[in-house]
Design a protein around this ligand. Structure first.
Ligand SMILES: Nc1ncnc2c1ncn2[C@@H]1O[C@H](COP(=O)(O)OP(=O)(O)OP(=O)(O)O)[C@@H](O)[C@H]1O
Ligand SMILES: [Mg+2]
Length: 253
């Protein structure tokens, strides 16, 4: 029995002279929600692309579901799905047609049945026969997520799943992600939103200037918060305060 879904060691990646990942290390337990937190351009999408075999690293190793992303990409692909930062939905097709298309690509036996089950689960059954171009941002995100669950892969990558959603749609998306994890799926998500990591993640890692500068449970990260703030005993530090404190500390050096 293996219980590590993702193991990343000393991962490095540059785009020409731009050194984006400078030796990234972390691991993700099976069935947990792991949030990679980082600001714009920190390298989150780059890391997701490497873990999902879309991009090759320059150095280090990444093992996903027991397989090496560089040497066994086909095995990795069978175990994962990706909901990218930008929706993969075909606007000209209806919600149902989008799902059927993916089910066919994945060679599932009853594509229509699979599609209808997912439409129901994601509250899209009433909109099943409308073109995706008429969907709201939240509906589109849900369809996108449904599309990545066709064939129920054990590891799900979500690159900024709630960017651009209104507060209601975000909360709804959080609920869906929690349900997926409760069902045993491992969720790796990236986010710029501290409250999202705080709400969802079992473990959080902060990517800053090419490295993981802090990682742990929310409680563990809260302990990193400078003791100077302890006078406000009744007020727990938010993840945002921790994030800024850690980044501030790094930039002083
Ligand atoms: N194909 C590429 N060629 C050159 N530079 C790139 C390429 N892709 C990304 N970069 C640069 O690498 C850095 C990291 O980009 P990346 O997309 O991984 O960041 P991110 O954390 O996902 O940011 P965001 O929160 O804006 O999505 C950025 O400075 C970006 O401009
Ligand atoms: Mg990105």
């Amino acid at each position: 029995m293996q219980n590590t879904a993702i193991q990343v060691r000393d991962l490095q990646k540059s785009y020409k002279k731009l050194n984006v990942l400078k030796g990234v290390n972390f691991s993700v337990e099976q069935g947990s929600i792991f949030a990679l937190l980082g600001s714009n351009g920190a390298g989150k999408t780059t890391l997701v692309k490497i873990l999902t075999t879309l991009l090759k690293q320059d150095g280090g190793t990444a093992i996903v579901n027991g397989f090496d992303v560089a040497s066994q990409p086909d095995h990795v692909r069978q175990a994962i799905s990706l909901t990218g930062q930008f929706a993969a939905v075909d606007e000209m097709l209806t919600g149902q047609e989008n799902l059927i298309m993916i089910a066919r690509l994945r060679r599932l036996k009853q594509p229509r049945q699979v599609a209808d089950e997912l439409l129901t689960r994601f509250g899209l059954i009433d909109a099943a026969n409308r073109r995706a171009s008429t969907y709201s941002g939240g509906m589109r995100r849900r369809l996108d997520l449904a599309m990545s669950l066709v064939g129920t892969p054990p590891i799900l990558f979500l690159d900024e799943p709630t960017t651009g959603l209104d507060p209601e749609a975000r909360i709804e998306m959080w609920k869906v992600v929690k349900e997926l994890a409760d069902g045993g799926i491992t969720v790796f998500l990236t986010t710029q939103y501290l409250d999202e990591a705080e709400q969802l993640a079992d473990r959080i890692a902060i990517l800053h200037e090419g490295k993981i500068i802090a990682s742990g449970t929310l409680a563990e990260l809260k302990q990193l918060f400078p003791p100077a703030q302890k006078e406000y005993v009744e007020k727990q530090p938010t993840l945002e305060e921790i994030f800024l404190a850690i980044i501030g500390k790094k930039e002083e050096h």
